[in-house]
Design a protein around this ligand. Structure first.
Ligand code: FES
Ligand SMILES: [Fe+2]
Length: 389
């Protein structure tokens, strides 16, 4: 049962969500610090929603794999020989050793403990010294009867989404109105040039909120992504959507990035210098520009710690036009390392602020519309009605 303190925090969340944007504030700071709220988020959000594991193009070849975790469940997405991506529990069926680490390529999955060996589709195909074991009193141990648990996996616009929830609606259904906006970019063809995992010392919601609003761009990112950014072009969807939010913004015509390359024939008119910045609830955010995209996928590891998967991909025609690819990639990574450093400074600073006894949530700007959408999403997911459902 939630404590009365948690009830009060949830009630304040619903109250904030219920206000029109012009009267709304940020969330109560207690929502970032409470262990009970975190437990509720893990149970009602992260155990039930689709989470972004990475990009399909991260694992292009048969046997390529990429690991991830959904709460306490390690998982691994693997490209199978038929070209499909399958995700399995990344835990051995013998004595529960974690099977694969990080990313790489494997012809078979071999447990590092006693070498039980699995095919790419998760079937056990080898287990030494098991001839005296039995699956039941009448049949001997049959490796092929043992299969790694399968994790629901869907690919949408080049993103790999996974969930532990058998009842979650398909990603493409949930995000259909967003597909209409982003489809024009053909982002599934963007080429990954960087991917990195790190831990920041802040609450996951603070980083989500930070990524989704561009109010801070001309200030905190004036040296990087805040440049060439005409604030007045910031646009938002007409409707509030239950599973995502987004904004659009433009880059001025002299911008060094964020513009369609001359050989890009997909984008026309204003879209040639417009970026879309979707947040797929709860924790997958990306900037989709005509020439590149970059993203974060977040998972809480405590009230004050967040696991971040970060990546950058570049539009194929932009990459094809580069003479020195190695230098281009190194420069791109250095640029986004700088952007991340700018964000890390503020999101860790806000978490300190959220712990301060005199802190109160302030009024939101029109440019923070998506934070208000996010507060509405959290209120729906964490409310007692959601608990009963
Ligand atoms: S735990 Fe994997 S082979 Fe023993
Ligand atoms: Fe930022």
């Amino acid at each position: 049962m939630p404590s009365s303190h948690t009830d009060a925090l949830l009630s304040s969340l619903r109250e904030t969500a219920g206000k029109p944007l012009g009267e709304a504030t940020a969330m109560h700071p207690g929502l970032y610090r409470s262990e009970e709220i975190l437990a509720l988020e893990q149970r009602e959000i992260f155990a039930k929603e689709w989470l972004c594991l990475g990009r399909s193009a991260d694992i292009p070849a048969s046997g390529d794999y990429l690991t991830f975790a959904i709460g306490d469940q390690p998982v691994v997405a693997i490209r199978n020989r038929d070209g499909s991506i399958k995700t399995h529990a990344n835990v051995c069926l013998h004595r529960m050793m974690r099977l694969l680490d990080g990313c790489g390529n494997a012809k078979r999955i071999v447990c590092p403990y006693h070498a039980w060996t699995y095919d790419l589709d998760g079937r056990l195909i080898g287990a030494a010294q098991m001839g005296r074991a039995h699956d039941d009193p009448t049949s001997s141990f049959n490796p092929r009867a043992h299969v790694l648990p399968s994790i629901r996996t869907e690919i949408w616009q080049g993103w790999i989404y996974v969930t532990l929830n058998a009842a979650a609606p398909p990603v493409a259904t949930m995000l259909a109105p967003l597909t209409e906006v982003v489809d024009r970019y053909a982002q599934e063809h963007y080429v990954p040039v960087a991917r990195e995992d790190f831990v920041w010392h802040t609450n996951w919601k603070l980083l989500t909120e930070n990524f989704m609003e561009s109010y801070h761009l001309p200030v905190a990112h004036r040296a990087t992504v805040g440049a060439w950014f005409p604030v007045e072009t910031n646009g938002f969807p007409a409707d509030v959507h239950p599973h995502f939010t987004y904004q659009t913004f433009t880059k001025s015509h002299d911008a060094a990035y964020g513009l369609a390359h001359a050989t890009n024939t997909r984008l026309t008119g204003v879209w040639r210098h417009t970026s879309v910045m979707p947040t797929v609830f709860p924790s997958h955010m990306y900037v989709l520009a005509p020439d590149h995209l970059w993203y974060l996928s977040l998972r809480p590891r405590g009230t004050g710690q967040v696991d971040v998967r970060f990546g950058v991909a570049v539009a194929p025609e932009r990459l094809a036009a580069v003479a020195d690819k190695a230098k281009f990639v190194a420069d791109t990574i250095a640029f986004f390392d700088q952007v991340n450093g700018e964000d890390k400074l503020v999101v860790q600073g806000i978490y300190e602020g959220a712990k301060a006894p005199l802190s109160v949530p302030g009024r939101l700007s029109w440019m923070e519309r998506e934070i208000h959408d996010f507060i509405g999403y959290l209120a729906r997911r964490l409310s007692p009605a959601a608990e009963r459902g």
